[in-house]
Unconditional design. Sequence first.
Length: 325
Amino acid sequence: MSSHPSRSRLCRALLAALVAASVAVPIAGAAGPAAVPAPAPTVRGPLRTAATEALAARYAATRADIGAAERAAADHGDRKRAAALHVMADPARRFLSFDGRDGGRSVEIFGDLSHAERIAVLVPGAGIGVDHYWRLRNGALALHSELGERSAVVAWLGYETPTTVSPTSVTSGRADEAASELRYFMGELRRLKPAVRTSLVCHSYGSVVCARAAHGLRVADIVLYGSPGTGYGNVADLHTPATVWAGRGSDDWIADVPHMKLQLPFTDIGFATDPVSPEFGAEIFAAGDGGHSDYLKPGSLPLKNIARIVAGTAMSAQPSGELHA
């Protein structure tokens, strides 16, 4: 960057402005979702087997926990939260775990986990909790539909996501907390399904979570899409045997976030190298011309390419470095 000092100063100014805007968001507004009371979950501990009967029992028990959280939200007077939980408690849904406290955490399965031959674990970014869970669900449904039979998609909301515009969205604190939870879950999944091809599919701030958890994970692929960065300088820094892929739509505002990392006495701000840059070293897949929330829309180019990566049928990168349709 020494040859572009003005650009460096501009990036720092933009990042400082982003942080200032984040700090200006009222704390009470950010804390709202977490303020809705919910009981502690009764379903705890790992599954012993991925047999169909065991999974059915787990889904039923977790459904009861969601119902208890719905009643607590209704008693609290939060109709929006209660309505969202009522939808999640549908008997057709398959939740491995649920905890309604602190904005909500859950793990939902799409497809038949017992017989799946490939699994995608979908890790969301900022702004996803119980009240906006439908966004994660829609993406998981679309990816599972694209993958077809003998596949399963796991919607992993295993951490308290940061508010989209907030100090937590430009630092790695939430990702550091989430990484150990994701590592634990992936270890349990591997124990249950040791021979299955498994991939991490990580959106936006979720890519920071996946990068923090990547070291030593035995997964086939790590797919970063709509990523602000990972907090690392390049793929080698992730210390993963997985193939790392990155894609960004041409109309995604995340491209305008300064790709740098400022080290301050109390924290680091920013997420370093742009994941789709040659310097980062990821395999690049074509992500079309959509925006930040368009990657997993049914029929879209990025959805098709992500599904091909998860299925293990993606072509080798073209000379341009891009995976094409």
